[in-house]
Structure formats: structure tokens, C-alpha cells
Design a protein around this ligand. Sequence first.
Ligand SMILES: C[S@@+](CC[C@H](N)C(=O)[O-])C[C@H]1O[C@@H](n2cnc3c(N)ncnc32)[C@H](O)[C@@H]1O
Length: 253
Amino acid sequence: MTRYVSANGLRWSAYAALFGVLTRANHAVYQGMVRLERQHSLSGRNSVENNYRVWDEWDWSRGGEEWTHSEEWKQSLIDEVMRVQLAPGTTVLEIGPGAGRWTEPLLEMAAHLVVVDLSDRCIEVCQERFADAPNIEFHVNDGRTLAALASDSIDGVWSFDVFVHIAPPDIDSYLGEIHRVMRKGGRAVIHHARDGHEHFEAEAGWRSGMTAAMFAEMLRKHGLTPCAQFDSWGPGGRFNVRRHRDVISVFTK
Ligand SMILES: C[S@@+](CC[C@H](N)C(=O)[O-])C[C@H]1O[C@@H](n2cnc3c(N)ncnc32)[C@H](O)[C@@H]1O
């Protein structure tokens, strides 16, 4: 402290000391919130209602490409994850298409594509964008279930930049629903938070409290089989989802 005072003066040093105290208090309060979320299965800030409000009012004029790290990154996710994990010429479900950033390549590979989104606005945007596609159907849902879909009707599931914002209790509900709608041997690819709220910085990307381990445990609970969890892909792991400490889970029924 005396080192700081002689170098920066008393007033600056007092502010610096106060900053340290407030930062520690901030973390302690935050950890208290996280503990309560876990103990009582709370949705916290990632509730269905908040997701609806944020995404239904979003300016979709950039098509969701504002979240594309680079063209190479996007193409590699399509070529080395989507097309490797999901079988072409089958029935695929996309949860949370937004403005259709991944819907376009999914439409090219799927025989039939079912898109489900909480936001009616997003479904309208996709209906306009893919008005000429003969092999797509659209559903607005409640943010937790897949009530419009028949059991054992889906071969593959894709969801990117969606479950990262969904609270663990709602993810739990979705995984039960995915088990119901997916045919035996079906395969799902879901991008979600890796560290939950272990790190204060997770707040920056409005990540939910999900963790990689919690997700794998939920899969087993619902009779789904985890195949892989990874946060990078491509030559030498060149591309990744580490910016907000995310991970991609691949699983089968
Ligand atoms: C960040 S945007 C991503 C859109 C698109 N997947 C992309 O990567 O460009 C999140 C999308 O997930 C949808 N969403 C958020 N929570 C949802 C939930 N609980 N159930 C279904 N869709 C949800 C939003 O309406 C929005 O379309």
C-alpha cells in the first residue's frame, strides 16, 4: 500500500483499495447467486421469458452473422462438424434458428428440416427467407418442449448459439424431449456453456449456468449416450468456441 501511495498519491491508492474490496464483494455476491441457482434449479437471468424478450426484439437485419467469427470459421463448422456428425438425406431438427444462419446449410443436406424457435419473430424471418424451400416446416414453441413433434420422428438435431443462453432446468426438459422425438440411432449436436457461472466473465456472453459435466450427466439421466465434447475442431484445433468458454456436445439415442 505504501508503495502505491508514494508512486500514485493517497487519493488514487484509496480508490484502488476500494476497487479491490468491491471486486471481491462482487464475486462473493455472484457466487451466492450461482449457488442458489444450482441448489434450487433456478433459471436466473437465462429464463425463457428473458430469452423471448431479448431475441424477439433483436435486430435480425445482419442475419445472425454478427456472431460469425470469420467466414473460414463458419465454413469449417459446417464442413467439419455439421456434415460430419449429421447424416445427409435425413430428417433434421434445428432448435433456435434465429435468422437462419445454420438453417441454410442444414436445408442443403437434410431431406426434411424442422425448425423450432421460442420467438415468433425469428420464425417469421425464417419463413420469409426460406419461402421457396419445399422441405422445411416451422414451429413456435414454449422454450422447453417439442410438443408439435411426433415421437421417434427425427434423425438429427442441431442447435448452435442457443443452449448457451438456456438455463439448466429448461435444458433438462429439452433433453427429455430430444430423447422422445429422436429415432434410435439418431445423433444430436448441441453447443452450450462449458463452465457455467464458475467464471464471472461468462456473464459477458450471457451464458447460462450449464457446465460440460452437468450436460453429460443430464444426457445419461434421459437415456441418451454422450459421444464427444469438444471446444475446437479443424486442422490442429484451429477453430474453436472458447471465446465465452463454450463446448459442443455430440450424443446419440
Ligand atoms: C443467439 S440467437 C442464435 C440464432 C442462430 N442459432 C444463430 O446461430 O445464428 C438465439 C436463438 O435461440 C432462440 N432461443 C432462445 N432460447 C430458446 C428456447 N428456450 N427455446 C427455443 N429457442 C430459443 C432465440 O429465439 C434465437 O433464435
